[in-house]
Ligand binder design. Structure first.
Ligand code: ZN
Length: 498
């Protein structure tokens, strides 16, 4: 009991306020290939943090913990499933990660539906970002500065060091953690009640980032920000905003500040570093403004959002005018105001604003209008222009599914699948189409591949076993299923013995 709960606290506290939330992350399935390298490339200039080999979880351990967390993330209701927002965050994160020193580290970003201002890193490069953080930032560089800071915690393995210091063998208890998390989710009162006990507070203290961690994450984050071509001044600027905010919100400081204690000394340190960097004016990407507009448009009552966007447009209160028109259209669509939403689309066309967000919204309006011909034409044209937009691919697949056009749907998904080999949704769509066509073997197989990509090996094996029991299917299809089942069983065995 105590070990399991300790582990639970560890993860809960690690993740700050998160309850593991949903959505699909296009991420790497089980260890392919399994990375057995020790994180020996840990940065040489950190003598105060001690001998690396003794105090850090191995890369394999970190990867396993990451997979456990991602399995929770992929099924949680608290994770935002909006693929447009998730893909934007992942591409921003990838751009930053590519500018870090540790090129081997994989990163998995997801969005938590939570208005509080927070972001958090977990072992194995899993980084969660609250919707509140998107909305509190004033520029893409500011948002990127917090991501850079979190990436810094990951590449310096701060959490892995703290976890390794725990007397309990955390990694061996990971299965227990996952179980405990399920319990906590089913019974949040139990978990939050337990969190107030003194032992929980003790663990929290042990897992708090130290000043050295924070300084180091700032330093690493700042250089990532600069190398990735963002405005480094975004970091001290955003820190100031957060600090000012915390003064007005007594007792409810932004959660980011609670988990990453922000001192004036820290801000001064960052400001001094930035002062030595060359001045750089960096414009935020249009997608940054559209993501924020979409989050605002979907928050609270649709009418309140509409009023706000209209007021901003009338009074010129916006950082990006096109995003206000886009957000207004999203909010109008929520109220089935098709002509109002279409008018906003026309404004964007007239001003020659080009974005996959706009093309996707046009298609969604056509779907909501129950005009399948218009929707199909729009999806097809939009995908020609933006062939890698997952939002368009999902939308088009849903369209085919609704019309029972399974052949077209399978053709679409198969044509795009090689672009996103880790995406579980593509296999979900395939499974649905195959079941509808009565091709049970292929359907069970696709379902198994979907579970595999959600880090759920038990269910993946179950589905492939069902596939082997189907009578029809060619010899070729059957042997693929057999081989895949063996591979999944091998991975399943490995994950249970380690
Ligand atoms: Zn921090």
């Amino acid at each position: 009991m105590s070990i399991r709960l300790n582990a639970l606290f560890a993860l809960i506290l690690l993740s700050a306020t998160v309850s593991f939330a949903g959505g699909t992350i296009s991420s790497k399935p089980y260890n392919e290939p399994l990375d057995t390298r020790l994180p020996a490339d840990l940065h040489q200039d950190l003598p105060e943090l001690g001998d690396v080999s003794q105090t850090v979880l191995s890369a394999v351990d970190e990867q396993r913990i990451a997979e456990q967390i991602l399995a929770e993330v992929s099924v949680s209701d608290e994770v935002l499933a909006d693929v447009e927002v998730v893909d934007y965050l992942q591409s921003l994160g990838n751009r930053l990660a590519a500018a870090s020193d540790d090129k081997q580290q994989e990163f998995y970003f997801f969005v938590v539906k939570d208005a509080s201002i927070n972001a958090f890193a977990m072992p194995g490069g899993v980084i969660g970002v609250h919707t509140g953080l998107f909305l509190a930032s004033n520029s893409e560089s500011e948002l990127a500065s917090v991501l850079g800071h979190e990436i810094g915690h990951v590449t310096q393995h701060h959490l892995a060091r703290m976890l390794a210091k725990q007397k309990t063998d955390t990694f061996k208890n990971v299965a227990g953690i996952a179980l405990a998390l399920l319990v906590a989710r089913a019974n949040p009162q139990l978990a939050s009640g337990a969190l107030t006990t003194s032992s929980a507070a003790g663990i929290q203290r042990q897992l708090d980032y130290t000043r050295e961690h924070e300084r180091e994450a700032d330093r690493v984050g700042l250089s990532i920000l600069e190398n990735a071509g963002f405005d480094a001044r975004g970091m001290p600027a955003f820190f100031r905003v957060l600090q000012r905010g915390s003064r007005f919100m007594e007792g409810s400081a932004p959660s980011f500040l609670r988990t990453h204690p922000l001192t004036s000394e820290r801000i001064a340190d960052v400001e001094n570093r930035v002062a030595m960097m060359p001045y750089k004016q960096v414009a935020s990407n249009l997608s940054y403004f559209f993501v924020r507009a979409k989050l605002r448009a979907n928050d609270g009552l649709a009418q309140t959002a509409i009023d706000q966007f209209e007021y901003n447009i009338q009074t010129g209160r916006y950082a990006n005018e096109a995003a206000e028109h886009y957000g207004l259209a999203v909010a109008m669509l929520r109220k089935n105001d098709f002509s109002g939403a279409t008018k906003q689309m026309q404004w964007l066309d007239l001003h020659a604003v080009k974005s996959a967000f706009i093309e996707n919204l046009k298609a969604r309006i056509a779907v909501a209008e129950k005009n399948p011909k218009k929707a199909a034409a729009q999806y097809s044209a939009a995908l020609n222009r933006y062939p890698e937009s997952r939002a368009l691919i999902y939308g088009y697949a849903e369209h085919f599914l609704a019309l029972k056009q399974t052949k077209e749907m399978i053709e679409l998904i198969k044509g795009k699948q090689q672009l996103f080999p880790r995406d579980a949704h593509f296999y979900d769509y395939l499974a649905k189409a195959y079941f509808r066509e009565g091709k049970d073997l292929l359907a069970f197989q696709a379902q198994g591949e979907a579970y595999y990509r959600q880090y759920n090996l038990d269910k993946a094996v179950e589905q492939l076993e069902l596939a082997t029991k189907v009578k029809e299917g060619s010899f070729y299809e059957k042997s693929i299923v057999e081989a895949r089942l063996k591979e999944f069983q091998r991975l399943q065995k490995m994950s249970k013995t380690e």
